[in-house]
Write a new protein. Structure first.
Length: 113
């Protein structure tokens, strides 16, 4: 058994910073991540993103808990979900849609491939 632990996730220094893959307009959001990819099809980590809009392209199932910020996620064909610090979200596999970050968000997440 392999246990993954991230301590002090609200202030943890993140390793990678890149513009989001499919931006929609300006500003182009920049995402930062620290993660661990395991050999059992699971990835877990801490993710942060600056304000902006883009299309979600991840097809994996995802559970996430928002530590800070405010955003909306509008699933294709669905109603916008307002997400704020303290909220948790479970996205089924192939949940495509639009992320709109109003205030820099930070979340912990688990992706299941």
């Amino acid at each position: 058994m392999s246990i993954t632990q991230f301590k002090n996730t609200a202030t943890l220094k993140l390793e990678e910073s890149n513009p989001v893959a499919v931006p929609l307009g300006t500003p182009v959001a920049v995402a930062s991540t620290t993660s661990v990819e395991r050999d059992d099809g699971v990835e877990t980590g801490v993710w942060e993103c600056t304000p902006g809009r883009w299309r979600r392209q991840i097809v994996a199932q995802e559970f996430c808990h928002f530590i800070q910020g405010r955003c909306t996620f509008t699933p294709d064909g669905g109603e916008p979900l307002l997400i704020e610090a303290g909220d948790a979200l479970m996205l089924p596999a192939n949940s495509l849609g639009i992320w709109d970050i109003q205030e820099t968000v930070r979340k912990t997440y688990v992706l299941i491939f």
